[in-house]
Design a protein around this ligand. Structure first.
Ligand SMILES: Nc1nc2c([nH]c(=O)n2[C@H]2C[C@H](O)[C@@H](COP(=O)(O)OP(=O)(O)OP(=O)(O)O)O2)c(=O)[nH]1
Ligand SMILES: [Mg+2]
Length: 133
């Protein structure tokens, strides 16, 4: 099966992270996620991340740091998620192309339903394996 490459942002601010709720009716609709989306032809993953965060949240980010790659096989598709740690450079996140956004601490994430593929990242954030730069 074709592997879909996705870039997603772990957007940090004062110990909290920005999470977004996926719209109803799409793959994993209604789940919470780290915002991002599919890489388009001719784009790098970083370019993809910048485009997606602009389209979905109306924000510009500083230089993203690669942080974890997760390949996950859903029954309907295989995704390779490239998570990048980043900070907002300009703008305030608004739910432009997602259902809702929230800033949450890692220990609050268990209260939100995330896709299975995101669990290693959530665990890493909770265990503070992440460097705050
Ligand atoms: N953005 C994002 N996608 C995730 C996460 N976890 C996870 O399994 N996914 C899956 C859901 C989707 O199948 C795929 C990402 O696709 P997407 O729906 O965000 O793609 P997109 O923004 O380009 O949307 P579209 O143009 O295809 O509508 O990766 C996550 O934390 N963030
Ligand atoms: Mg998306």
């Amino acid at each position: 099966m074709e592997v879909i490459e996705v870039a997603a942002g772990i957007i940090a601010h004062e110990g909290r992270y920005l999470i977004a709720r996926r719209k109803a009716g799409v793959h994993l609709g209604g789940f919470w996620e780290f915002p991002g989306g599919k890489r388009e032809a001719g784009e790098t993953l970083e370019e993809c991340l910048r485009r997606e965060l602009w389209e979905e949240l109306n924000i510009r980010i500083g230089t993203p740091t690669p942080f974890q790659i997760v390949r996950h096989e859903y029954p309907e598709k295989v995704v390779e998620l490239h998570f990048f740690w980043c900070r907002i450079e300009t703008g305030t996140a608004v739910a432009l192309d997602c259902a809702e956004v929230r800033w949450v601490y890692p220990n609050e994430m268990a209260a939100f339903e995330f896709p299975q593929a995101d669990q290693p990242v959530i665990a890493a954030l909770r265990e503070k394996k992440v460097s705050f730069r």
